[in-house]
Design a protein around this ligand. Structure first.
Ligand code: SIN
Ligand code: FE
Length: 294
């Protein structure tokens, strides 16, 4: 049932404050693997920004345009000069909105929360060609080869801004504990020195911990297993324009099947800042293995 996967929050303002009760309910739902959905929290694209609603705005090497708040750099965009500045301002504005929302809704997290990249996704998902590992139309939990997160939670805010009424269609799969039970036994040990070598060769930005190794293996094995993709209990969710949703994508098994024009803001949260750290992928895996993984 959809309510097993989603908790709705009827809030229509990026800046509003939330009662302690709503905050605790929201965090509890999020940490237990639910998607927090704001059915009516749209991001306003300004009239001079409408020109950015085209897939040709990317440089074709990437599917997303990304903005790094700490360096001020915009990546993946084809445009220059004033357009480049305006596009950057649009991503910056989404980052500000998402940060306000998260600060107000998750105040117990604030002291520890780290802000990551902002992304604008103007390319239609369906029909996109990629290797199976990069194919996000297959159910997966997020883990990235070059950016180990060393156990931190990945928390993402998404908003569908499609101007033609097109939904962003996701599939959502089984709970993380079930994913781990199924795939952990298949994960091989990394060969000795591998993480050190990856870091020395700058193939990873930071050290790939045992946790990162396992998460990446689980991510890849989920995507490689076509029978699993079909047979695992799952639910389809269509996020319509104006929907905003918050997900811990390292925990929630998800696949994006179709849709075009969306914003996403990433945050990272150390496990110890959670209300219930036992629910994190890190602690679940550590318990299963009887071992410290970071
Ligand atoms: C993903 O995180 O796998 C993709 C989500 C999306 O672009 O809708
Ligand atoms: Fe993903």
């Amino acid at each position: 049932m959809l309510t097993d996967f989603i908790k709705e929050i009827a809030n229509t303002d990026w800046n509003s404050s939330f009662s302690t009760e709503i905050q605790t309910q929201s965090i509890t739902a999020l940490e237990s693997g639910k998607i927090l959905l704001f059915p009516q929290l749209p991001f306003q694209v300004l009239s001079h920004e409408n020109k950015f609603l085209t897939s040709t705005i990317t440089n074709f090497k990437t599917k997303n345009i990304s903005f790094n708040r700490s360096t001020g750099l915009l990546r993946g965009a084809e445009c220059k000069g004033q357009d480049h500045d305006d596009l950057k301002k649009m991503l910056q504005r989404f980052a500000d909105h998402a940060e306000n929302l998260i600060r107000n809704l998750f105040s117990p997290y604030i002291h520890a929360l780290q802000i990551g990249r902002t992304s604008f996704r103007p390319v239609e998902i369906s029909g996109r060609v990629s290797s199976y590992r990069k194919d996000d139309t297959r159910l997966h939990v997020d883990a990235f080869p070059a950016t180990p997160n060393q156990g931190r939670r990945i928390l993402r805010v998404f908003t569908n801004i499609n101007p033609n009424g097109q939904a962003r269609l996701w599939r959502v799969g089984e709970p993380y504990a079930d994913v781990a039970k199924r795939f952990l036994p298949q994960v091989p040990r990394p060969w000795p020195g591998k993480s050190f070598l990856l870091k020395s060769l700058k193939l990873t930005k930071t050290y790939r911990t045992k946790y990162d190794h396992i998460m990446l293996q689980i991510h890849n094995r989920m995507k490689a297993d076509l029978e699993y993709q079909k047979a695992v209990p799952q639910c389809e969710i269509g996020f319509v324009p104006g929907n905003t949703w918050i997900v811990q994508t390292d925990h929630v098994s998800h696949a994006a099947m179709s849709g075009q024009y969306m914003f996403e803001q990433t945050f990272y949260l150390p496990v110890d800042a959670m209300l219930n750290p036992e629910l994190s992928p890190l602690r679940v895996l550590e318990k299963m293995m009887g071992n410290v993984l970071v």
